[in-house]
Design a protein around this ligand. Structure first.
Ligand code: PHE
Length: 366
């Protein structure tokens, strides 16, 4: 047997093609191997053709041997093809792996705090009426926080404000530092820095030593100030009604002015907005109720003077409003203290999407 196989060279042929089949790295390489061996001009096929030139005895042993080789190669090719296909599929499954538990929408991670949202809304509305945004320091001098606002040292308003006093680094206790108790000192700073005419709002943090369901030691106010030659309370009323309609996203909001007193305005008024409660839900702009929302008045002549403005030439209105309070009203948030607890569940519930920036054209609270 061996002698005959060696004579026809089949054993070498067999080893060579088996090796090539095993080496074929993918299905197209394997197909080339198949054509090389068993194709029309394949090496094995050519050998089969040589059978015709052989003697009948030679053909009797070479014929079956060649046929057997052909069958063996065919089944080896088939087996190799199957295992290459399996490997290719496994590789595809590995590469095209998909996490079906992934959310279809990108997850909202951080959110905008209601105070930031409402501050942006307020700024957008007043910007539309020509008001710029002014700022001042939170650590303020008593002069800006009180004296320049016509609140002298003995005035009861100083005691009422529950002020946090601070030691001054330079030891000068004639004008101590305080955590500002309201945003009104920004009125003075802006008058000094810019001069008349003026139209600004000043949102920011303020501090008073007080803590219960509606008071926190730090909270937020927004100051409004408009100074020109002939600004009056009528302008104040229009601006406020325009603001509240835009802010509460309703057609109109009636306001009620109640006589009041602030040392830095004369006359002074507390302003209520018309509202009602339906099923425990606040409706702004309609109904029989009134809700106090801010303090306001005409800037006191002495305050204009402290700000370096001549009160015989200029006059204007000012108002101060609680940002946290109007945020609670608009978004139905019951407890002020929760604003500053940093409870992630609260923040996710009341927070706003970071990219929904409030604008007058695009919508305030979308
Ligand atoms: N500063 C006052 C307060 O904190 C509010 C106010 C501002 C009143 C401007 C009148 C004018 O209560």
């Amino acid at each position: 047997m061996d002698g005959q196989d060696d004579a026809t060279g089949l054993e070498g042929l067999r080893a060579q093609w088996f090796a090539r089949i095993a080496e074929a790295a993918d299905e197209s390489a394997l197909e080339q191997v198949r054509v090389g061996a068993l194709g029309k001009k394949g090496e094995v096929s050519l050998k089969m053709r040589e059978l015709g030139k052989m003697t009948p005895e030679q053909r009797q042993t070479a014929g079956p041997a060649l046929n057997a080789l052909k069958d063996e190669l065919n089944s080896a090719l088939l087996a190799r093809r199957a295992s290459l296909a399996d490997a290719a599929l496994a590789e595809r499954l590995r590469a095209e792996w998909l996490d079906v538990t992934l959310s279809a929408r990108p997850q909202r991670r951080g959110t905008i705090h209601p105070v930031s949202q409402v501050t942006e809304e307020v700024a957008a509305i007043f910007a539309d009426m020509g008001f710029g945004v002014a700022e001042g320091p939170q650590v303020e001098t008593a002069w800006y926080n009180f004296d320049a606002l016509n609140i002298p040292g003995h005035h009861p308003a100083r005691a009422e404000m529950d002020t946090f006093y601070m030691a001054r680094a330079d030891g000068d206790d004639r004008d101590p530092h305080v955590l500002r108790t309201h945003t009104s000192p920004v009125q003075i700073r802006t008058m000094q820095a810019e001069g008349p005419p003026l139209r600004i709002i000043a949102p920011g943090r303020v501090y008073r030593s007080d803590y219960d369901q509606t008071h926190t030691p730090m909270f937020h106010q927004v100051e409004g100030l408009a100074i020109d030659r002939d600004i009056s309370m009528a302008n104040l009323k229009w601006v406020l009604e325009e603001f509240f309609a835009a802010f509460f996203e309703v057609d109109g909001v009636e306001t009620r002015f109640r006589a009041s007193h602030f040392p830095f305005t004369e006359p002074s008024a507390e302003v209520d907005i018309r509202c009602s409660w339906v099923d425990g839900q606040l409706k702004v702009g309609e109904g029989d109720g009134w809700l106090e929302v801010l303090g306001s008045g005409m800037v006191h002549p002495k305050v204009l003077e402290y700000g370096g403005i001549d009160p015989s030439q200029w006059q204007g209105f000012a108002f101060g409003m609680g940002i946290d309070r109007i945020a609670m009203l608009k978004y139905g948030i019951p407890d002020l203290r929760a604003f500053f607890d940093s409870d992630l569940r609260w923040l996710r519930h009341y927070g706003f999407a970071a990219l929904d920036v409030p604008t007058m054209r695009g919508g305030l609270s979308a």
